[in-house]
Design a binder for this molecule. Structure first.
Ligand code: NAP
Length: 247
């Protein structure tokens, strides 16, 4: 029987690379974006690229910070594909600024979209996986959640929370054959990091042992491993993928 993966925020960037990699590994794919406009602009193209691997791929617009919209998406995915075998909580945003200049709105938005979304989707898909007695959940954390980062009080809080949520979910769901892990990327070339200044990018590069930025496919490969049979006894872990940024 075919298996299905939902990847949140997967129209572009790391999420799109994960979707295409899991499609190549034989999963039917749910591409999610916050709006129909985003799906029309780049999500549909990503779905098309997934279908080139001979699997099904469908798009679903839902704001993952909104519980009711997540509930509708998970119900639609279950009705459409029959099972949900993999959940990748990838959607995320940055609203950077030094602490004393950070607005309350920018703090709350990042916590809601990066962190509450993981609660929403893990609870809803976790219920499906509990009934199936199997499943793989992979969360996108960040090196900022492990070590902190100036200008990212909101983002590092959300990513640190995701690491703690990964361990809690792993402990709650493990006895039913469900693994929950996280990856913590360093600097990966995507629309999210494109908006940093050349000065910020150069400062980051100086700290990377491998002296190059990461590519979305290098995150997708580790996520695919965590979803594979080879990772059947790995749970509650956070794997750093940063080219040696933080040694
Ligand atoms: P990205 O290019 O900005 O992609 C993020 C995706 O999430 C976008 O498609 C975005 O939609 C979507 N999204 C945002 N809010 C959403 C919502 N409320 N509901 C549904 N989808 C939503 O970022 P990325 O670099 O690929 O990052 C992917 C994940 O990796 C994020 O969790 C990020 O924090 C994490 N990460 C990235 C890096 C890096 O260096 N790039 C490093 C560490 C961790 P729109 O296209 O409409 O904005």
């Amino acid at each position: 029987m075919s298996k299905t993966a939902i990847i949140t925020g997967s129209g572009r960037g790391i999420g799109a690379a994960i979707a295409k990699r899991l499609a190549a590994d034989g999963y039917d794919i749910v591409i999610n974006e916050v709006s129909q406009e985003a799906l029309d602009t780049y999500g549909a193209q990503t779905a098309e690229e997934c279908r080139a691997s001979g699997v099904k791929a469908e798009c679903c617009a839902a704001d993952v910070s909104d519980y009711a919209q997540c509930e509708a998406m998970v119900k639609w995915a279950k009705d459409t594909f029959g099972t949900i075998d993999v959940l990748v909580n990838n959607a995320g945003i940055t609203r950077d600024g030094l602490l004393l200049r950070m607005s309350e709105e920018n703090y709350d938005d990042v916590i809601r979209i990066n962190q509450k979304s993981v609660f929403n989707m893990t609870k809803l898909v976790g219920a499906v996986m509990l009934r199936q007695k199997s499943g793989r959940i992979v969360n996108l954390a960040s090196v900022a959640g492990l070590y902190g980062n100036p200008g990212q009080m909101n983002y590092s809080a959300s990513k640190g929370a995701i690491i703690a949520m990964t361990k809690t979910a792993a402990k709650e769901l493990g006895s039913r054959g469900i693994t929950v892990n996280a990856v913590a990327p360093g600097f990966i070339q995507t629309p999210m990091t494109d908006k940093l200044t050349d000065e910020q990018k150069a400062a980051m590069l100086a700290q990377i042992a491998m002296k190059r930025y990461g590519q979305p496919e290098e995150i997708a490969g580790v996520v695919a491993f965590l979803c594979s049979d080879d990772a059947s006894y790995v749970t509650g872990q956070t794997i750093e993928i940063s080219g040696g940024l933080s040694m």
